[in-house]
Write a protein that binds this ligand. Structure first.
Ligand code: 2HG
Ligand code: ZN
Length: 458
């Protein structure tokens, strides 16, 4: 059965969640149908906002019975069109599932899908722990979305991606059945790891309602250095050297002169250095004892650093981080960008960064290319402005470039709707058919995120 997109208000939903939690008025649903960039804009007959796992299960069962398709949504910070109702689906918002429990003894948290990343981080800190995943949209992004997309972010080189934090999950499958495995046992070889399967499944297999997450020891002593380079090669070489030499390294973020200048123009920040430099590397070290000496020594032994700004206290560190974190909002002021989130093998990072700008302008000469990202794990965000939202020629050229160099077409944002037609660049036909088989088993009627991740049959 192909699930229907609805052009009318689904009446049974209000009986489950209460009339006030089924939003239908255009001004009420506006924040749920368009993504942050404005590139992906859908439409929905209703946004339904359950408050418990039981309500989610009832909503999914009702939708299955009625053949109604759902788009699952957390904080709506996704960047690949996976969280907005591009096919006219009913939006299932998980934001009200916001219970958070910190188990200080185990060093773990049980978080509802709607807990924001910032609330989880604050809860962990309050219990003298920390959460290992962090990214710029922390105030809006939710735990459920971050698990569904296996979010990466700024500290992957230190703590791994979201999957590395997940030790259990509760979810409502597309059948309406609930699975719950939240005990958090670190050693637990009792069959398939369904939490790990759900992680990165982009809402195609089940609705994650809660997760059990490992916490990490706090690293309150934190220093940041912004390094300037007059070429790309020494900046890339510095990443490898610092990863090897600074055991407390927690981030290594790369950006370039045009991006920095745009950030300064848009935010009013003063440039960090009096001279312009080609490439910038923001590195952070964090630990229980002061990592400043380790980081300064390692920076001092790097070749070809043109200038350095140190962030030795939290205020200056935050200022330096802002040059990197404000890229997304600054680029968005130029109109909806195309975002290509790729990972390169370390050995091909330089070749990719060299080739990316002309790969774009060979296709659309007037396009503007912005490169930045998480150099410590090879994840580069190629943002392109000046393109029509539905002109995918540049997207295709950049993804072919990345895949041709041995990279991934999605590092951390997921495949969503935007990239599923290029999934074959990284996954064999047999793998994609296996994905489809798993989906059929867990979501037999295809009602969960029907236009996400798995390419439609040819
Ligand atoms: C980041 O690293 C996010 O800041 C967003 O993943 C990247 O805006 C982007 O393309
Ligand atoms: Zn990122």
């Amino acid at each position: 059965m192909t699930p229907k997109a609805h052009d009318r208000i689904p009446p049974g939903l209000a009986d489950i969640v209460g009339p006030s939690q089924v939003l239908t008025e255009p001004d009420m649903v506006a924040g749920y149908v368009a993504d942050f960039t404005g590139r992906y804009v859908g439409a929905t007959p209703a946004v339904v906002r359950p408050a418990s796992t039981a309500e989610v299960a009832a909503v999914v069962s009702w939708c299955r019975q009625e053949g109604v398709a759902l788009t699952l949504q957390g904080g709506n910070t996704g960047l690949v069109g996976g969280g907005v109702p591009l096919g006219g689906e009913v939006v299932l918002s998980l934001r009200r599932l916001d219970a958070l429990e910190i188990d200080g003894t185990a060093g773990q948290a049980t978080a509802g899908a709607g807990v924001t990343l910032a609330a989880l981080q604050a809860g962990a800190v309050g219990a003298q722990w920390a959460y290992g995943v962090d990214f710029a949209s922390r105030d809006s992004a939710t735990v459920g979305g971050s698990v569904a997309t296996n979010a990466g972010g700024l500290r992957v080189l230190r703590y791994g991606d979201t999957r590395a934090q997940v030790v259990g999950a509760e979810a409502v499958l597309g059948t309406g059945a609930v699975i719950s495995h939240l005990s958090g046992l670190v050693k637990d070889n009792t069959g398939y790891n369904l939490a790990s399967l759900l992680c990165g499944s982009e809402g195609t297999l089940g609705v994650i309602t809660a997760v059990r997450l490992r916490l990490v020891p706090p690293a309150p002593q934190r220093v940041v250095a912004l390094l300037a380079f007059d070429g790309l090669a020494p900046a890339i070489a510095a990443v490898g050297a610092l990863r090897r030499e600074v055991g407390s390294l927690s981030a290594a973020e790369l950006f370039f002169a045009p991006g920095l200048e745009l950030v300064c123009d848009v935010t009013g920040l003063r440039p960090p250095f009096s001279d312009r430099h080609a490439a910038y590397l923001l590195v952070e070290a964090a630990g229980q004892s002061d990592p400043a000496a380790d980081l300064s020594d390692a920076v001092g032994s790097l070749a070809a650093v043109a200038d350095v700004a140190m962030g030795l206290d939290s205020v200056r560190s935050a200022e330096l981080w802002r040059y990197r974190e404000a890229h997304t909002e600054a680029i968005n002021t130029l109109g909806p960008p195309h975002k290509l989130d790729v990972t390169l093998p370390a050995s091909a990072l330089g070749a990719f960064l060299d080739a990316a700008p002309t790969t774009v302008t060979d296709v659309v000469a007037t396009a503007r290319v912005w490169l930045f990202g998480h150099a410590g794990d090879g994840n580069i965000h190629v943002n392109v402005s000046g393109l029509e939202p539905d002109d995918e020629r540049v997207d295709e050229a950049v993804l072919f470039l990345a895949a041709g160099l041995g990279g991934s077409i999605s590092a951390e944002h997921g495949i969503g709707t935007a990239k599923r037609r290029w999934l074959h660049l990284n996954r064999s036909a047999t793998e994609i058919e296996t994905f489809a088989s798993i989906k059929r088993a867990l979501d037999p009627d295809g009602i969960l995120n029907p236009n996400v991740l798995i390419p439609p049959p040819l």
